[in-house]
Design a binder for this molecule. Sequence first.
Ligand code: ZN
Ligand code: ZN
Ligand code: ZN
Length: 287
Amino acid sequence: MPHKLKVELLSKKASNLKVAPHPVNNTASGTVMNDKEDQELISKWPKLKDKIPDIFLHNPENFLDHLDRLISLDIKILEPCLCRYYTKIKCPTLSDYKGVIKVFNDLKLPYNTFGQANKRKMKVVIRGLPKQVDLNKLKIEFNILSIPIVRIHKMQVNEYKQENKSLILAVVPYNDNGKKLLRVNKIFGHPITMEPPKPKTKQCHRCQLWGHTQRYCHGKIKCVKCAGDHMSKKCERDPTKLPPKCANCGGKHTANYRKCPCCPDSEEHKLTQIIKKQNLCTATKCE
Ligand SMILES: [Zn+2]
Ligand SMILES: [Zn+2]
Ligand SMILES: [Zn+2]
């Protein structure tokens, strides 16, 4: 067959595949997918924001002290925003973002950032499968439906212990292929539902600030127990002699205490946020 014809045939096949009748119904195993994305279901997951992550310079560093350096290197930034614990910096392009990161690294400034949106993952809790479900078989099943699974495991949840059901956490890339998982409504004959995991306020194990994780953190190392400049694992504080000290507020509790006024879950923090909002302070956007 002439090459050109072959290519034409192949592309015809490909376009036929696109309009193949849905739902994908694997009758042999009893796994069923909806033909369309359920926008209401998808909207339960946080939307991906900008492609370029924000950078958060940790206080008490003053961002303006470093502005001249950025300008001299022709690095552009947008709307730096001063918050309680950070200065939030937005960059118009990825090269500006890399430029700021390089300057901050060279100056050894404490900051954190986040992974790029195209590398983000989507966590999906699957409800309705029996306890004894075989995760390997599940992985193969998703593979057949060309749903890319990054990670999958059973969750430990008390409420499900009595019923013979399990909760499965599946992690997929946050893109069109990954979102295909949300179209599945039956697996191995069991009707299932999906939901995002309950959000938990993040705390950084490196600098102890709330709102990010240590993965992209270049903040100052602080101990969760004594606020010293060492990793928490290496703490030598004698708890019988010295009370703990919070790295965020200086109080006599460990920095992961959820009633600390610095923790976004605490009543005191919520109250200050309300007051801030009433004062029309834009800083609340960043915390
Ligand atoms: Zn940190
Ligand atoms: Zn310590
Ligand atoms: Zn505290």
